[in-house]
Design a protein around this ligand. Structure first.
Ligand SMILES: [Zn+2]
Length: 204
């Protein structure tokens, strides 16, 4: 089963995808991880990507598709695309590459997202995400240092919401037209949302 997780930046889709990965062995492909890997492994491309992201802009379709195509070779059966596609053009290109079964649209109010994002810290080493409200340390379980991502500051968050509305929201309609859209409201815990999604997918 190939799933796409759609939702505003910080809606919790990454955390929920990780639960699918841990409990059901889904392969979880996040654009964030793809980009972070590219940043740490490729100096020239890395510098360019860093600059784009710290300004609150999106990495170009061409680069993301290339990184994604590489990664797809490692995963085939049960797969979640998290944070991709981000716009109509990417969605159309993706439809040429693979057959998507369902698109899970995670709908979370912006207020809740903003609170979460400001307290969010990411491990420099493994990319694991923590929330300062419930995790009181600046060291990851892997020993890595927890840092605030440059794009998690309030000003950049506003900008990311605007980019999301303009670029990504049209995908809700796009996948609705294809009969693939499942909408789940997420203002409770990631585990509850995970269970709701399982019910909707009728996965046992
Ligand atoms: Zn770590």
């Amino acid at each position: 089963m190939i799933l796409v997780f759609l939702g505003a930046p910080g809606c919790g889709k990454g955390t929920i995808a990780k639960i699918f990965e841990e409990k059901l062995n889904f392969c979880h492909i996040s654009t964030g991880d793809l980009i972070r890997n590219a940043i740490s492994s490729n100096k020239e491309l890395g510098e360019m990507l860093k600059q784009i992201i710290s300004n609150g802009n999106l990495v170009s379709d061409e680069i993301v598709l290339k990184l994604l195509n590489e990664k797809l070779k490692d995963c085939s059966s049960n797969l979640i695309l998290d944070g991709f596609p981000r716009n109509l053009l990417q969605a159309q290109k993706l439809d040429e590459m693979i057959k998507i079964d369902k698109v899970v649209y995670i709908d979370t109010p912006y207020d809740i997202i903003k609170e979460r994002l400001v307290g969010r810290r990411t491990c420099e080493n493994c990319g694991k995400v923590y929330n300062l409200d419930i995790y009181n340390s600046n060291t990851c379980s892997c020993g890595g240092k927890l840092v605030q991502r440059e794009d998690d500051t309030p000003h950049i968050i506003e900008k990311r919401f605007k980019v999301y509305e303009k670029e990504t929201m049209p995908l809700v309609q796009y996948y609705q037209n294809q009969g693939k859209l499942l909408k789940v409201e997420s203002n409770s815990s990631s585990n509850d949302t995970f269970k709701n999604i399982l019910n909707m997918l009728e996965v046992k």
